[in-house]
Design a protein around this ligand. Structure first.
Ligand code: SF4
Ligand code: SF4
Length: 105
């Protein structure tokens, strides 16, 4: 089978690296990148309110993605901090934010 033109232009590049799954509540937005998550489960283990679980969707590594029960998320940012693959990005709304966080405008 011939490679597509895009595959020839960008050999080995995972197209899903630019995809993002976003969940939102009144405190902020919770984003996970399917092209980066390797399914290690560290975010599930470290969430202080235990609102992250496995999703049915697979990431580009072939492992299950994670998703939050967003209503219970306190937007503490711990999952973002512990993720070894920088696959989670937390955006805070309307309060003092940690230096690494990006406020929502
Ligand atoms: S931001 Fe905090 S509360 Fe929300 S999912 Fe991540 S670790 Fe859990
Ligand atoms: S810590 Fe990062 S790589 Fe590991 S399961 Fe969570 S989002 Fe995926």
């Amino acid at each position: 089978m011939l490679e597509s033109e895009e595959e020839v232009k960008h050999p080995g590049q995972d197209k899903r690296v630019w995809e993002v799954n976003t969940y939102e509540n009144e405190k902020g937005r919770w984003n996970v990148y399917p092209g980066l998550c390797k399914g290690c489960g560290l975010c599930i283990e470290k969430c202080p309110v235990r609102v992250i679980d496995w999703a049915k969707e697979l990431g580009s590594a072939g492992t299950p993605l994670v998703k939050p029960e967003i209503d219970g998320c306190i937007v503490c940012g711990i999952c973002q901090t512990v993720c070894p693959d920088a696959a989670i990005h937390i955006e805070y709304k309307g309060r003092k934010v940690p230096p690494s966080a990006v406020p929502v405008h």
